[in-house]
Design a binder for this molecule. Structure first.
Ligand SMILES: *Cc1c(COP(=O)(O)O)cnc(C)c1O
Length: 386
C-alpha cells in the first residue's frame, strides 16, 4: 500500500517506522551512532548530513503528512527556516515576506540578510495586492505565514502560489500554527513548507526541533546548505519527535475542537471585547480560512475589556500557564505586547492592532469546562480587586 493512500492517523502512527529486525520490538530502534561504515556503502551516514537512520526515516513521516517527496529535520524551527532561506537566496537576490510574521523570522531577516547582501521587502498587508506590489525583478522567494501570530490573519495560499508561478518565483510557508492536520499548503501549489517542530509536532513542550518539506529537488538544495550550516537534530530527540508525532492527529484535532468551543464562549463573554479566531463567522477571513483549512487550528487571541489588566488576569489563572511557547497539550496564554511584539513602539503596535488588552491563547487538550472555570475565577478576582 502506498503511503500516499494511508489515512492521516495511520501516517502519524506508522509511516517512517524503522523495523527492529534484530529483536522484533514494536517501535523504531534509536540509532545513536555518529560513526558509520564508510567503505563500500551506498549511503555515507553522518549526523550532520541529516541521514542517520532515525533522521532519514522520520523525514518520511513528515513528507507523507505534507504531501511532498521529501523532508528534512532540523535542530529548531529557526534552523529550518534560515537554512531554507539561504538555500534559495544569494547576494543580490530579493525576498518578499509577509508583514505579520513570527518574531524570530523577522529578526533573522533584519539582522542577517544585510550581512549576506540579500534584499527583502515586508509587505504592507497580507492581501494578494500587497504581495504583488512588493515583487521586484530580482525577487526569488515569497514567504508567507497563515494563520499568523497573534491576530490569526489568513493569507490566500492559492493566490500566493499562483503569483509565484506566474512570475517564476518560489513560494514558502510557515505552517506551524495550522500543522498538516489542519492545512496542506502543497495541495494549493506552494513549493516549500516549514515547521517549528517545537510546537505541534512535538506537542508536549519538551522538544526543540524544526522541519522543511518539499520536492526532492528543493530538499537536495536545502541539504547542500544545511550540511554546511550544521543545524541537524540529535538522534535522541529525533526519536522522541517520532514518538510525539504518532499522536499528532489525535492531539491537534482535540485541541482544534477545544479552540472552537473556547472561541465561541469567549466571544459571548462580557469581559472579552474581541476574539480573533478564523473559525468564527465574525473573523474577516472566515470564508477564506474555510476554503483552505481542514480545521481552524487551536490558536486564538482575545482582548479583555478596557477596565481589566491583562497582566493581573494572567497571574490569576491557575490551570492555564503563561508561556512564550505554544501548541503543547496544556493550555497556555501570553501577552504579545510583552513578548513577540515588545520591541515595537506603542504606535507600531497600534498600527498592526496589537493592544495591551490582547491575550494569545494556545488551547490544549484539557476539558473546556475546566478551562472556562479557570478563566472565570481569574476574571472574578481581578474585577473584585478594582
Ligand atoms: C516557534 C516558531 C518558530 C521558530 O521555531 P523554533 O523551534 O523556536 O526555532 C517559527 N515560526 C513559528 C510560527 C513559530 O511559532
Amino acid at each position: 500500500m502506498s503511503d500516499k493512500k494511508l489515512g492521516l492517523n495511520t501516517i502519524c502512527t506508522h509511516v517512517g517506522e524503522i523495523k527492529d529486525e534484530q529483536f522484533k520490538g514494536a517501535v523504531s530502534p534509536m540509532y545513536l551512532s555518529s560513526s558509520y561504515e564508510f567503505l563500500d556503502v551506498d549511503v555515507k551516514r553522518y549526523p550532520r548530513y541529516f541521514n542517520t537512520p532515525n533522521q532519514e526515516f522520520l523525514s518520511k513521516k513528515i513528507a507523507a503528512l505534507e504531501h511532498t517527496e521529501a523532508a528534512m529535520i532540523f535542530g529548531s524551527g529557526m534552523a529550518a527556516i534560515s537554512t531554507m532561506f539561504l538555500a534559495f537566496l544569494k547576494q543580490g537576490d530579493h525576498l518578499v515576506v509577509q508583514n505579520t510574521l513570527y518574531g524570530g523570522t523577522v529578526n533573522f531577516i533584519k539582522e542577517e540578510f544585510p550581512k549576506y547582501g540579500i534584499e527583502y521587502t515586508f509587505t504592507n498587508g497580507y492581501e494578494l495586492k500587497d504581495f504583488k506590489a512588493a515583487i521586484q525583478p530580482n525577487t526569488k522567494l515569497i514567504h508567507i505565514e497563515t494563520p499568523s501570530n497573534p491576530l490569526m490573519t489568513i493569507t490566500d495560499i492559492t493566490a500566493i502560489a499562483k503569483l509565484g508561478k506566474s512570475n517564476n518565483i518560489l513560494t514558502s510557508i510557515d505552517n506551524t500554527f495550522a500543522s498538516p492536520i489542519n492545512q496542506s499548503p502543497i495541495d494549493f501549489g506552494i513549493d516549500m513548507v516549514m515547521h517549528s517542530a517545537t510546537k505541534y509536532f512535538g506537542g508536549h513542550s519538551d522538544i526543540c526541533a524544526g522541519a522543511v518539506a518539499s520536492s526532492s529537488e528543493h530538499i537536495e538544495r536545502i541539504w547542500n546548505v544545511g550540511k554546511n550550516l550544521g543545524g541537524s537534530l540529535s538522534d535522541m530527540t529525533v526519536w522522541m519527535l517520532e514518538r510525539s508525532m504518532k499522536t499528532l492527529g489525535l492531539r491537534v484535532k482535540a485541541q482544534t475542537k477545544n479552540a472552537m468551543k473556547m472561541a465561541k464562549w469567549l466571544d459571548k463573554h462580557p469581559k472579552v471585547s474581541k476574539v480573533y479566531y478564523p473559525g468564527l463567522k465574525s473573523h474577516p477571513d472566515y470564508k477564506l480560512a474555510k476554503s483552505q483549512m481542514k480545521g481552524f487550528g487551536a490558536m486564538l487571541s482575545f482582548e479583555l475589556t478596557d477596565d481589566l489588566d491583562a497582566y493581573k488576569f494572567q497571574k490569576q489563572l491557575k490551570l492555564i500557564k503563561s508561556s512564550m511557547s505554544l501548541a503543547g497539550i496544556e493550555s497556555t496564554v501570553i501577552s504579545p505586547h510583552l513578548t513577540s511584539h515588545a520591541l515595537l513602539t506603542q504606535e507600531e503596535r497600534d498600527k498592526v492592532g496589537i493592544s495591551d488588552q490582547l491575550i494569545r491563547f494556545s488551547v490544549g487538550i484539557e476539558e473546556t469546562r475546566d478551562l472556562k472555570l479557570d478563566i472565570e475565577q481569574a476574571f472574578e478576582k481581578i474585577v473584585n480587586r478594582k
